[in-house]
Structure formats: structure tokens, C-alpha cells
Design a protein around this ligand. Structure first.
Ligand code: GDP
Length: 528
């Protein structure tokens, strides 16, 4: 096999999604620990301190500074190269969180056993569904009393609309948690509690019938477990790889990230079954990861907060060919050749310097605003990747200027900052307002700070009666005109000049959609 096929075929690129506090950070740490990428769990923790701070600028800066390097974590495991892409979650939740999901081949969903499916899990799941991304699920915190596992599977199936295939099953819960049964291999993994920060090797018994199991957990618990398993196997679905890869079934694992229970079986199953890099659609054709010519797209831009280094890092997912330091690539939108020198690569720990990146890998390109979200780089071919959209913001604020003479600078600042993709900006047809939209509330503080710092504009953001936005598509020229006239007060143009309906409420949106069936009210917009 060619090096191209071998290297791309062994990549496993994924993201962990969860509602805040379900255990994403802890599980990330433990996966890195089991993957041998860190010696002691705890290195991801430093982010946490910063993350829980208020929107104090120093904390923000620190948080952002750290997250450039922890944006992508790469480690080799079982002959594969695993790329774990961070999805900003707490205060730094933003549109980037959604867009990272366009750059992965699969996802891992973490659910708190006591809380079940939560609001943000639902939203992130919707985003995964746009591309039928395969998802594995980890039900976490089994070291505490939570809900019945069977009940949780039911909830995932009904609320998230995806079939569940339990791959591991917990033995006990809370204080009585002993380990997990692997329903695919039949093995029983028993753990020692209290070894939270070292890689513990579980005792693995080949099956429940092994006398060692009864000796460890007792006859009563074993018999209870057998009854439960019978019930589970009757009520759930067996793992079906095709269904998983099609995004219709989620393999489910149980465990406790904090105490290392059930993490190893998850990682082992993940590297074996999660999909390698897939092909990507472009405006002209499908690009295969096995192709030798380089190509990739930008899915995230992060500003460097350090005033000494006012550059931006554009995160590019490699789709075909490979990256090498110093190579030239064609920047399709600008039509120019760019030299890709000193790109950031993300191998965890201090292994030897990585100088090549293959499909599924991510590289960080330094630039001063020349690169935008959705941009394609190739070896020369003029194609543009699709499927890296803007998502409708969920929060809106009106920009208020202290000095009205700075309107031009304000417009320029908002437009440029929106190119980084964490916020979007809208100009209503009927007023001179400038409205900023975001999916994470901290983004308004970030923008206000950067407007002052980089553009010399003192602006604040005040509430505005907008619940959600939809891009208007379709309809005949005549209908569009009529639509614009009748709805002018709720219409705006986005930074790219596209028509957007700013709905004052969900009910209003629904009524308007019913009234104007000729139009599509799209919740995402592709980059031009
Ligand atoms: P994130 O917000 O999803 O990244 O969640 P974190 O990993 O930061 O975890 C949130 C809280 O839950 C922290 O206090 C963790 O220590 C705790 N936590 C994470 N995993 C477990 C677990 O398996 N069991 C228990 N009891 N607590 C956990």
C-alpha cells in the first residue's frame, strides 16, 4: 500500500461532546493517560481553573492561550494515530464548538449518569446529525448513584433519536461499582478503586462464568447481574458496525472517568471501530484521503491574545495528500500561492518533532487575517470544500457606540472579527443598528475587548429582541421582493450580504415560515 493510504488509513480523528460538567475534561485526560500521551492525568486540568473564572480578561487570555495548544491532541495507540479535537465547552462555548464537528470523522458523547441527556447534548447531537457523524457514548460517573442504566438507554433513544447498542455494562453503581462486562467479547473487567491517577490494569476474566468473578463480586451480585443482562440483551440492540458508521446507532459504554473505570475498553473499541478519514465534498468533486495531492480546509480561527504576537492561527484539517514544513499551497479564495512555513502540529508530549501531517490531522497556520473560516488550500486545483457552515446564532446584542464618529471603525471591526467565525454580524434593512450574534455569551465580552484594543472603538452590547436567525433561500424574484417588503422590519444582511430573517421569537419564526412556504429558512449558511 502507498504511504498515503497507510498514513491516512490509520488516522482516527474525533471530538468529545457533552453538556458542561458531564466529564469531558476528565475523560480527555484519561484517554490521554491510557493512550500513553501523558504520564499522569492532570495536565488538562490547568485549563479548568481558568475556565471557571469569570470573564475577567486575564483569565480569558490565559484560557485562550492554553487552548491553542490543547485544541488538538494527537497520540499513537494500537498502531493508529488518534487526533482528539477540543470542542470549547464552558464559557468559551461558541460557534467554533459546532464547526469543530465538521472537521472530525466521529464523535464521543459523554453523559452524566445522574443527569441523563441534557440541553447542550441535544444541540450538539443535532449538529452531528447534519453529517451523519458516527457517535460513541460514554455514560459517566457510575461511581456515584445515578439513574438506572436501562432507563438512560431509553432516554438516549427517544430524546436523541438514535439506537443504542450497549458495549459495556456496569457491575454495580456508586459504592458498589466493581467494573464492567464487555457485551461484545464477554469479558469481565474488574477494577481496584482509588487508583485514579495512574494507569491501572483491570483484572480481566474471560467470562461471567469464570469462578474468579464470583469470588470477587459475590454470588448475590453475580446473580443480580445475570438477570439484568438478560433484560438488557432482550431490550437493546446488538452492535452493528454498519449502523454505527451510518450514524444510526451509538455504541454505549459505562464507567467512571475520574476513577478510570471502563475507559480502557472504550479506547480499545474506539480505535478498532471508529472510522478513518473519509472523503470530502467540494464544489466540483469528492476528494479522497488516498489522493496524493495536498488539500484541506480551515474550520477554526483563533486570535492570539498576546499583544506581542498579534497573529491568528487558522486550524486546517488535511483532507488529502500531506503537509510538509515549508511547502507551497494554493489558497483558493484569494487565488494566491502561500508558503506554509512553521505550521503548528499537535503531537502530544515531547515526542520527536512531527514534520508531516496526513489526512485527518490538523495543522495550525499563522497569519494576519488573510485566512477565513471555510477557506480551502490545495496543491493547485481550484476546488472549494463545502460543509463548513455558519450556524444560526442563539444570542443577539445590539452594538452601542460611545463615540458616534467611530461608526466606520466599529463596522470594520465587527466585520473582521466575524470573519474569525466565533461571532456573526448583521445589519437590519430598516435601521442603522449593528447586531452581533453568537452562540456563547462570553463572545460579546471578547468582541468588546478586542474592539477597544485592536480598533480603538469603545462599544458596549445591549439586549435586543431577537430570538434566532434564519438565512432566506429560494423563491422567485417576485416573491422575494414581496417577502422583503412585508417583513422588512425583521430582515437584515449578514457580513456576506446574504438575506437573514431575525425572528423576535420562536413562535414568530414558525408563523412566518408557515406564511411563506416558498422559502427555505435555513439554520446554517455555507461559506461563499
Ligand atoms: P466537563 O465540564 O464536561 O469538561 O467536565 P469535567 O471533566 O470538568 O468534570 C466536571 C466535574 O465532574 C468535576 O468536578 C469532575 O471531577 C467530576 N467528574 C468527572 N468525571 C467523574 C466521575 O467519573 N465520577 C465523579 N464522581 N465525578 C466526576
Amino acid at each position: 500500500m502507498s504511504e498515503q493510504r497507510t498514513e491516512s488509513g490509520r488516522r482516527r480523528t474525533f471530538a468529545i461532546v457533552s453538556h458542561p460538567d458531564a466529564g469531558k475534561t476528565t475523560l480527555t485526560e484519561k484517554l490521554l493517560l491510557f493512550g500513553g500521551a501523558i504520564q499522569m492525568a492532570g495536565s488538562v486540568k490547568s485549563r479548568k481553573a481558568a475556565r471557571h473564572a469569570t470573564s475577567d480578561w486575564m483569565a480569558l487570555e490565559k484560557e485562550r492561550g492554553i487552548s491553542v495548544t490543547s485544541s488538538v491532541m494527537q497520540f499513537p495507540y494500537a498502531g493508529r494515530i488518534v487526533n482528539l479535537l477540543d470542542t470549547p465547552g464552558h464559557a468559551d462555548f461558541s460557534e467554533d464548538t459546532y464547526r469543530v464537528l465538521t472537521a472530525v470523522d466521529s464523535a464521543l458523547m459523554v453523559i452524566d449518569v445522574a443527569k441523563g441527556v441534557e440541553e447542550r447534548t441535544i444541540k450538539l447531537m443535532e449538529v452531528c446529525r447534519l453529517r451523519d457523524t458516527p457517535i460513541m457514548s460514554f455514560i459517566n460517573k457510575l461511581d456515584r448513584e445515578g439513574r438506572e442504566p436501562i432507563e438512560l438507554l431509553d432516554e438516549v433513544e427517544s430524546v436523541l433519536g438514535i439506537q443504542c447498542a450497549p458495549v459495556t455494562w456496569p457491575i454495580g453503581m456508586g459504592q458498589r461499582l466493581k467494573g464492567v462486562v464487555h457485551l461484545v467479547t464477554g469479558e469481565v473487567h474488574l477494577y481496584e478503586p482509588g487508583r485514579n491517577f495512574t494507569r491501572q490494569d483491570s483484572t480481566i476474566f474471560p467470562s461471567l462464568d469464570d469462578p474468579g468473578v464470583e469470588a470477587r463480586i459475590g454470588a448475590a451480585m453475580l446473580s443480580e447481574l445475570r438477570d439484568e443482562l438478560e433484560l438488557v440483551q432482550g431490550a437493546s440492540h446488538p452492535f452493528d458496525k454498519g449502523e454505527y458508521l451510518a450514524g444510526r446507532q451509538t455504541p454505549v459504554f459505562f464507567g467512571s472517568a475520574v476513577s478510570n473505570f471502563g475507559v480502557q475498553p472504550l479506547l480499545d473499541f474506539f480505535v478498532e471501530h471508529a472510522p478513518p478519514p473519509k472523503s470530502h465534498a467540494t464544489t466540483s468533486r469528492e476528494v479522497q484521503p488516498g489522493e496524493e495531492a495536498f488539500s484541506g480546509f480551515v474550520f477554526k480561527i483563533q486570535a492570539n491574545m498576546d499583544p506581542q504576537h498579534r497573529d491568528r492561527v487558522a486550524f486546517l484539517r488535511v483532507c488529502s495528500g500531506h503537509y510538509e514544513a515549508g511547502m507551497k499551497a494554493f489558497h483558493v479564495r484569494t487565488g494566491k500561492d502561500a508558503k506554509l512555513a512553521n505550521a503548528l502540529t499537535f503531537m502530544a508530549s515531547d515526542r520527536e518533532h512531527v514534520d508531516k501531517a496526513w489526512p485527518g490531522d490538523v495543522i495550525g497556520l499563522h497569519n494576519h487575517g488573510t485566512i477565513s473560516i471555510g477557506d480551502t488550500f490545495t496543491a493547485g486545483e481550484s476546488l472549494a470544500f463545502t460543509g463548513i457552515p455558519n450556524f444560526a446564532p442563539e444570542l443577539f446584542r445590539r452594538a452601542r457606540l460611545r463615540d458616534p464618529l467611530k461608526l466606520k471603525q466599529l463596522q470594520k471591526g465587527l466585520a473582521q472579527l466575524s470573519e474569525e467565525g466565533a461571532t456573526q454580524f448583521f445589519r437590519p434593512l430598516m435601521s442603522n443598528d449593528l447586531i452581533l450574534g453568537a452562540v456563547g455569551v462570553l463572545q460579546f465580552d471578547v468582541v468588546a475587548y478586542r474592539l477597544r484594543d485592536e480598533y480603538g472603538v469603545d462599544a458596549s452590547f445591549e439586549p435586543v429582541q431577537v430570538a434566532t436567525a434564519r438565512w432566506i433561500r429560494g423563491g422567485t424574484e417576485k416573491k422575494r421582493e414581496e417577502f422583503r417588503e412585508k417583513n422588512a422590519t425583521n430582515l437584515a444582511l449578514d457580513a456576506a450580504g446574504e438575506l437573514v430573517y431575525l425572528a423576535p421569537s420562536r413562535v414568530n419564526l414558525q408563523l412566518t415560515q408557515e406564511r411563506w412556504p416558498d422559502f427555505e429558512f435555513a439554520a446554517t449558511r455555507e461559506h461563499a
